[in-house]
Design a protein around this ligand. Structure first.
Ligand SMILES: C[S@@+](CC[C@H](N)C(=O)[O-])C[C@H]1O[C@@H](n2cnc3c(N)ncnc32)[C@H](O)[C@@H]1O
Length: 279
């Protein structure tokens, strides 16, 4: 089968399954088996897919039709322009979370050699994206899932940032001494009762511990904020990702932990996504 025909066939199947990005997904998967950038497929549509690769492509297509995201099939996700390995132990990083990285990077020039702490680090995407753009920063990433910590450490090595980033297993701030200049976190924030209604791509493939946080989705913020206040240096700042509509509730929790709310930031879809607190 030729590459162009395979793209057409998969696009049809994915469209019939109701996937929004059917053609792009098809091109990525065909590109993957041929070892080609999806953008090169237009010029190489006549390339013949060898039988072994065709079997692999059909297996990929079946997985995708079972709602497995393309990033999980490939084992990698681009975040802030960098490639991150994703595993069954990690959340698949979301573009919304780039809002948090943008907000932190606005502090460049105001703090020298900042010590950064990321709570619930997953793939390590947040601190590693920050370190890539802030050359004298160092970071510690914490996650309760040992598999996530291993993936984050591997991502740091792959990106050549392991000299400035360390990752360790931990329950939020337990055992940490600080002080840190910047604390970031994209904690779980979905209410338990919303879990069953999540899209299959999320519910079946992201680890549940990365998603849900008690009956109102705020349990992680309640657990984090007061201990974080004790770990911050004199001009310490905190950046929290929040779910849609959680801004006011998290602002109140922050104030109760002694923080000043400095800014509220929206993501590209216009949804309030990040709260920025100072001491
Ligand atoms: C929403 S995911 C965010 C992952 C990553 N920071 C990102 O933005 O893609 C939340 C992360 O918090 C971790 N987590 C959940 N409970 C935790 C706890 N008690 N202590 C540390 N990490 C925890 C989960 O394992 C998961 O990796």
């Amino acid at each position: 089968m030729k590459a162009a025909d395979a793209v057409a066939e998969l696009t049809r199947d994915f469209t019939a399954a109701g996937f929004d990005s059917a053609r792009l997904d098809a091109r990525i998967l065909v590109g993957q088996v041929l070892g080609l950038e999806p953008s090169l497929l237009f010029a190489r549509g006549d390339s013949v897919i060898p039988p072994a690769d065709l079997a692999k492509l059909r297996a990929f297509a079946q997985r995708h039709l079972a709602h497995e995201p393309v990033s999980r099939i490939l084992g990698t996700r681009e975040f802030y322009g960098l490639p991150f390995k994703v595993t069954p132990d990690t959340l698949d990083p979301r573009p919304d979370t780039e809002t948090l990285v943008d907000a932190v990077l606005e502090l460049r020039g105001t703090i020298e050699a900042p010590r950064i702490l990321d709570l619930g680090t997953g793939t390590g995407c947040i601190p590693l994206a920050i370190l890539r753009h802030w050359p004298d920063a160092t970071a510690t990433g914490i996650d309760i899932a040992p598999g996530a910590v291993a993936a984050a450490a591997e991502n740091a090595r792959t990106l050549g940032l392991d000299g400035r980033a360390q990752f360790q297993v931990g329950d939020w701030t337990a055992g940490l001494a600080g002080p840190y200049d910047i604390v970031v976190s994209n904690p779980p924030y979905i209410a338990d009762g919303e879990y069953a209604g999540l899209a299959a791509e999320v519910r079946l493939y992201d680890p549940r511990a990365a998603l849900t946080a008690g009956p109102d989705g705020l349990a992680a913020y309640r657990a984090l904020l007061a201990p974080v206040a004790r770990l911050l240096g004199p001009n310490g700042q905190v950046f929290l990702e929040i779910g849609a509509g959680q801004g006011d509730a998290v602002a109140i929790l922050g104030a109760a932990a002694g923080f000043r709310l400095l800014a509220r930031r929206r993501d590209l879809a216009g949804i309030e996504r990040c709260l920025h607190f100072g001491v």
